[in-house]
Every structure is written in structure tokens, then in C-alpha cells.
Design a protein. Structure first.
Length: 363
């Protein structure tokens, strides 16, 4: 068995060896024209898990890494990740939204995949140091952010199927613009499944996303942007979208599926529900039947539908496809909950609205 660490142990800053680049690529960054997921900042963080402990903590210039052809992550998908964003607030400071929640969730994913926990102190220190060094990569134009991608994967050079003994924890970052530029067209998936009870749906594990690509591609061929997954057993209940949780405003009630073994517990989801409750919006976390959403759409009672996740924050849904029908939703205006909540979250991140929940972490 591997050793796990008390997640509260703080790692000394001096434990991270730092090698800075001599050739910054910051001039490649055009804040007004940032492609999603293509441009990476100057540095990256690495740590190796060997002999039962995390060691060799380092920040080096962003570069390719070398792997054994027998690497256990390549063959068996022993790999998990997180996704969070750093923003520039109104005073020009770099802030991160709820990073401790990502550190915790990484370890929930880790346990399911027999990956050793990354101590929360190590996670936070690595994040803090990396963002300090690459602070100039955090854009300030509206809708932009620095996307932060922590990930852990098996490093065993072993072709047999067993839990890895060696791992690597890395963090890379890259500036991003808005994820979806227009409201999305989604299809309710009733044949394929993303997750099922007892599976890995609650974990941000690489294989979940690999398995979602084929059904998503079929939907894209039909003119949709994204899928809304239904439960793997009956396909009668809405679960979530591929990278976002999903919410519906039916009449004046905000409805979303409860998180379970099959649904990723989104931090954006939690933030939206928290604020909605504070605003006095009626919130229901309960199973959401496809039939209920379709009936509400037909009767004009489905006021809003939107995805919630770090990448897009709030992604309003314009069209829902189900079986052979397509339902169009009203276009969002400033009176919509989805607009107001996006404004609120942006305001908290920029510092224009007080952060009364302690969600903002300053670098
Ligand atoms: C990451 C993710 C989400 C959204 O989680 P956030 O913490 O809000 O970014 C939702 N569903 C899936 C499947 C995800 O991977």
C-alpha cells in the first residue's frame, strides 16, 4: 500500500525548485483573440511520487515530458485532472476562485483511481508559486482568464494491470477567452451513457471524457454542440452535460439533479445554488425527469436552461433536442437568472462585489 499524507501538512515554499525560462513567450498572447486550450504559459509545475512520497517538487519552463512507452497512464487511463481559473481583479491582482475545493476534489478522484492523495498544502503551494511566476499570463480583458490544469497520472513502466506505484502531479496553465461565444444547442442523449452507479462518473478521470467523445460526435453531426446525459439505467432522468452541470428554471423554480456517484460535483454548481438560495430563489436538488423538462418546454414553462462549469461559467442553452423534436428556449435578457448569476460571479471575481463566502484566493 502507498503512504498517504495528512492533507493539512503545509509544504515549505523552499521545497519547490525553480528554473525560470530565459525566453518568455508572453508576446504570443493577444488578449483580444485567445484561442481556448492552445496557448500555454511559460512555466509548469511537476512533482513525482516515488517510494511512497511526493518529492522533487519543481517549476520549470513549459516543455514536453518524456514517458516510457509502457507508461501505465497511456495504456490504462490511470489519470485524473482538475480545472480552475485565475482572474485579474479590478485592482490588477491575481485571484483564484475556490482552489481549495479543487484540491479536495482532486483527491476524491484520486482515491477512486488508486492514485495517492496530493496533500492540499502541496497543491496550494504549487498553484501559488506557479501563478506568481506566470502572473503576467493572467489576462484582464472581459471574459478572459488563466485556465489552470492540475493533473496526476501513473508513471509505472509496467504493462500489467494493477494500481501504479509511481505517479506524477503537474500543473500547466494557459490564457483563455470565452468558451462558448453563443448560446448552445444540446441534445438529450438516450442511447449512450457517460456514467452509471458504481462507475467513475463522480471522478474527473480521463477515461470518462474519452468515452463521451463518440456519442458527442454523433450529436455534433446532427447540429448540436453538446449532450445532456441521462441516467445509464433508464435514460429517463437528466444527469449533466459533458463538462458542465445543468440547471433548469421551470416556472420560478431552479431545478438541478442531485450529485451522486454518476454526476461530477461541480464547484460552479455549488456556487450558483448557494447564491440562488441567498437570493430567495426556490431551489430543488432532486431527480429531474426528461419528461418533466420536455412537458415544461412545450407548455412554455421552461423559462431557462443553462450549463454551469468552470470553463464556460454559465452557458445558456438555446435549443434542446430530444428524440425527433427540437425545443427552442427564449433568448436570455438581463432579467434572466442566468444573466444575473453570471454578473454576480464575475463581480465577486473582479472584486466589485464583496466576497462574503471566502471564495477568492489571492496570489
Ligand atoms: C469539471 C466538470 C464539471 C464542472 O465542474 P466545475 O467545478 O464547476 O468546473 C461538470 N461536469 C463534469 C463532467 C466535469 O468534468
Amino acid at each position: 500500500m502507498y503512504t498517504t499524507y495528512n492533507p493539512l501538512i503545509m509544504i515549505e515554499t523552499s521545497a519547490i525548485r525553480i528554473e525560470k525560462t530565459t525566453q518568455s513567450r508572453i508576446n504570443e498572447l493577444d488578449e483580444n483573440n485567445i484561442p481556448f486550450g492552445r496557448l500555454y504559459s511559460d512555466h509548469m509545475f511537476l512533482a513525482d511520487y516515488k517510494d511512497g512520497q511526493w518529492q522533487d517538487l519543481r517549476i520549470v519552463p513549459y516543455q514536453n515530458i518524456s514517458l516510457s512507452p509502457a507508461n501505465s497512464a497511456l495504456h490504462y487511463g490511470i489519470t485524473i485532472f482538475e480545472g480552475l481559473k485565475a482572474y485579474r481583479n479590478k485592482d490588477g491582482e491575481v485571484v483564484v476562485f475556490r482552489p481549495e475545493a479543487n484540491a479536495k476534489r482532486l483527491n476524491i478522484s484520486a482515491e477512486r483511481m488508486c492514485i495517492p492523495a496530493v496533500p492540499e498544502g502541496l497543491f496550494m503551494e504549487a498553484l501559488n508559486e506557479l501563478l506568481k511566476i506566470d502572473a503576467s499570463w493572467v489576462p484582464s480583458a472581459p471574459g478572459t482568464a488563466l485556465y489552470v490544469r492540475p493533473f496526476v497520472f501513473g508513471m509505472d513502466e509496467y504493462i500489467g494491470i494493477r494500481p501504479s506505484e509511481n505517479f506524477r502531479f503537474m500543473i500547466i496553465t494557459g490564457p483563455v477567452g470565452s468558451y462558448y461565444t453563443k448560446p448552445v444547442r444540446v441534445k438529450i442523449e438516450t442511447k449512450f451513457s457517460r456514467a452509471f452507479e458504481g462507475g467513475t462518473g463522480f471522478a474527473k478521470a480521463g477515461g470518462n471524457y474519452a468515452a463521451s467523445l463518440y456519442p458527442a460526435r454523433l450529436a455534433q453531426k446532427m447540429g448540436f454542440d453538446q449532450l445532456i446525459w441521462t441516467d445509464g439505467k433508464t435514460h429517463q432522468y437528466i444527469e449533466e452535460s459533458g463538462t458542465m452541470n445543468v440547471m433548469f428554471m421551470i416556472d420560478d423554480v431552479l431545478i438541478t439533479a442531485p450529485t451522486s456517484g454518476t454526476i461530477l460535483k461541480g464547484i460552479t454548481r455549488d456556487s450558483v445554488l448557494t447564491i440562488a438560495r441567498e437570493w430567495g430563489v426556490k431551489v430543488e436538488e432532486r431527480p429531474v425527469a426528461v419528461a418533466e423538462v420536455v412537458a415544461a418546454a412545450k407548455e412554455g414553462r421552461l423559462k431557462e436552461a443553462f450549463g454551469v462549469g468552470t470553463a464556460a461559467t454559465i452557458a445558456p442553452i438555446a435549443t434542446i433536442g430530444y428524440e425527433d423534436e427540437v425545443y427552442d428556449l427564449p433568448a436570455a435578457d438581463d432579467s434572466f437568472f442566468s444573466r444575473k448569476i453570471l454578473k454576480q460571479l464575475s463581480g465577486i471575481r473582479s472584486g466589485e462585489i464583496a466576497d462574503k463566502h471566502g471564495w477568492i484566493y489571492k496570489i
